[in-house]
Design a protein around this ligand. Structure first.
Ligand SMILES: [Fe+2]
Ligand SMILES: [Fe+2]
Length: 301
């Protein structure tokens, strides 16, 4: 089974009616004008969508932060940009903190309403992909006024325990959650105001699960794939999707996407490949975005 993983798109609209600029969204839009719009280029997604389509995944997963301030128009833009994939492949997205940016957008479940083909109506969402591989999608995003902490919450944790209780060491479980529960040793530590408040509880619960675990997340705009060495986490593989539209000196054409080929038997080896647009070293502003990108495929596992 082949899975494509796409990270934080952060679609945005610069012009927003003044009556929508209340509370935190005003701060978000100010940050967008002053800072974020210079780094994020959603046009990079067009070529990514094209490349993912060529690879013909069985499932497309999106790890959240599809939008910047949870505006209906931002979700519409994502639906439009992703249409070539959504119309061909099953696609599933979990919310990121930017998709539950305001209390109103969270209460009205704007993401679920605007993207009904991609976003489950209930959380946690559990489904079996094959007779041995299963998927657990989590809603870890809550609106906050002063920080970006996520939360799974007791109800979801209870249901995760129930949904995974039947899994054995012959099974494989893919967890799709916007927030990481752990970062690699050499990465920047997850800060208090930016992390999942109950990450320890979730990780402890998963550590007890005998299935092979593939934990897919976004939130930190830096792609990575790692397997902890500690024996109590040796059944974990973590993948941070990164941000396909964020341009940095290291990734001037965005941080690409991941392709995961699952073995039929979860005990066998994965094939995990990070796809990055080839770059001429220039900033995305100077790249030719009209011609299809050339991609380099870095096999990680
Ligand atoms: Fe995030
Ligand atoms: Fe993000």
């Amino acid at each position: 089974m082949r899975i494509a993983l796409i990270g934080d798109i952060h679609s945005y609209r610069l012009l927003v009616p003044p009556w929508r600029l209340m509370g935190k969204r005003l701060v978000g839009q100010a940050n967008l004008w002053l800072n974020r719009r210079h780094k994020f280029n959603t046009r990079l997604l067009e070529r990514l969508v094209e490349r993912v389509g060529v690879l013909e995944p069985d499932l497309v997963l999106m790890s959240g932060d599809l939008t910047t301030t949870s505006l209906e128009g931002e979700f519409q833009d994502v639906a439009q940009m992703m249409l070539p994939l959504i119309s061909r492949f099953p696609t599933l997205a979990v919310p990121g903190n930017h998709d539950r940016y305001t209390f109103t957008s969270a209460r009205r479940r704007v993401m679920e309403t605007m993207l009904p083909a991609m976003v489950p109506g209930r959380w946690p969402h559990f489904r079996s992909l094959t007779d041995r591989w299963h998927l657990l999608a989590l809603d870890s995003a809550v609106p906050r006024v002063f920080n970006s902490r996520g939360r799974i919450g007791r109800r979801q944790l209870r249901n995760i325990r129930r949904e995974t209780a039947h899994l054995t060491d012959q099974d494989g479980l893919i967890i799709l959650c916007h927030y990481p529960v752990k970062a690699p040793p050499r990465a920047f530590p997850l800060t208090w105001d930016h992390k999942l408040a109950d990450s320890f509880r979730l990780r402890r619960m998963l550590m007890k699960c005998p299935a092979r675990l593939l934990y897919l997340h976004g939130h930190i705009h830096r792609p990575w794939c790692w397997q902890p060495k500690r024996s109590n986490q040796s059944h974990f593989t973590y993948i941070n999707a990164g941000s396909p539209c964020m341009t940095t000196a290291k990734h001037p054409q965005g941080q690409g996407f991941w392709l995961i080929d699952l073995p039929d038997n979860p005990r066998d080896a994965f094939e995990i490949t990070h796809y990055l647009p080839k770059t001429n070293g220039q900033s995305a502003a100077y790249q030719d975005l009209e011609t299809p990108a050339a991609w380099e495929a870095n096999r990680v596992l």
